[in-house]
Design a protein around this ligand. Sequence first.
Ligand code: ZN
Ligand code: ZN
Length: 231
Amino acid sequence: MFMDLLHRLFPPYCVFCQLPSLSWLPLCEICQGLLPASCQGCRQCGLALSHGDLCGPCLSAPPFFDRTYALYPYIDPLTRLIKQLKFQQQLAHAHLLGLLLGTWLQQQYQNDTLPQIILPVPLHVARLRSRGFNQSIELAKPVARVLQIPLKRRLCQRIRTTLPQTELSGSLRKRNLLKAFSLQSLEGYSHIALLDDVVTTGHTVNELARLCKLAGAQRIDVWCVARTQRL
Ligand SMILES: [Zn+2]
Ligand SMILES: [Zn+2]
């Protein structure tokens, strides 16, 4: 009743367009209609698939992570919304996208065990200082709340600045991430979710998954708001 009263006194408004929202989510019907359908790609890496549930590269040389759960394909309006979040400090976008990701993941894991912890992809301290926040952590907060999983933001650090993976060619991409992260002990956690805003090449989450497996993790699930569908 209290929430109902609160809702009537302060109706949530859509974080994308400022129109009033009709549901408990800060998202109006029009903007909801503009969001694309969720991805149904390769079970392991999330790339688009025409048939089966694993893509060719995952069959021949699988990545270190075991599953990918990407809420949306990385197309408009997601490209625009994520740029606004990162470069125009639209933190309300992270709150809404995190809520959407969390409630979607709840359905995805209905017949599966949830990871024990969420590890957001860290930013280097220099990038963190210039941006003021880490978008992965901001997205992970509502996800952790919805799923009731601890969010571990200090287990992993980015110890070297790296160039955006999309600006580099194949062999440079791997070298770019060499010794980019340091991971403390996983404190016995064996099933871990890595959370990033967008997964493009997958190299970043793969490097983190490699470190987690070296530290004893058994299963790594990658969670992201958006995934590029083709490399
Ligand atoms: Zn709207
Ligand atoms: Zn794949």
